[in-house]
Design a protein around this ligand. Structure first.
Ligand SMILES: [Zn+2]
Length: 144
């Protein structure tokens, strides 16, 4: 079942938010609030902020082991990993940088945005993921 691609401007990661203490969980938590001080609330789906700031970053220069999906016959291409701090959610979300973004292009505190990405594809399927990429005007202050 193929879903229509989501326009970049509308692309969001979906987490859940506790109605009692407002804690946000990503990956989503649907069973119970993990805040030990919370009396327990309903967990409702919530879109995360599109933009955040680089908290840390590194690159992967070797092929990770299974269950990572990778063709052992294909040449390994290094990739960049970014940990992004989302201020409104008070959390850090890890993800790959968009294709072509190298560690030399990043700096702690730089503003980045989430965009749709492709993890892997074959003749029948496309496995999608999210990527972080620097905001074109990222030298200024964070937007809403
Ligand atoms: Zn809670």
């Amino acid at each position: 079942m193929a879903a229509a691609p989501v326009p970049h401007a509308e692309f969001r990661l979906l987490g859940t938010r506790c109605t009692a203490c407002a804690s946000v969980f990503f990956p989503r938590e649907d069973d119970w609030c993990r805040n030990p001080g919370c009396p327990g609330g309903e967990l409702v789906e919530t879109p995360l902020s599109r933009r955040g700031r680089v908290w840390s970053y590194t690159d992967g220069r070797y092929r990770p082991p299974a269950p990572y999906v990778s063709d052992p016959d294909a040449p390994w291409k290094p990739y960049t990993l970014v940990a992004v701090e989302l201020a409104a959610e008070a959390m850090v979300v890890l993800g790959q940088a968009a294709p072509g973004v190298r560690t030399a292009d990043l700096a702690v505190g730089m503003e980045v945005e989430v965009v749709p990405g492709v993890l892997h594809e074959d003749a029948e399927h496309v496995w999608t993921t999210w990527h972080w990429r620097p905001v074109a005007d990222g030298s200024g202050e964070a937007g809403a």
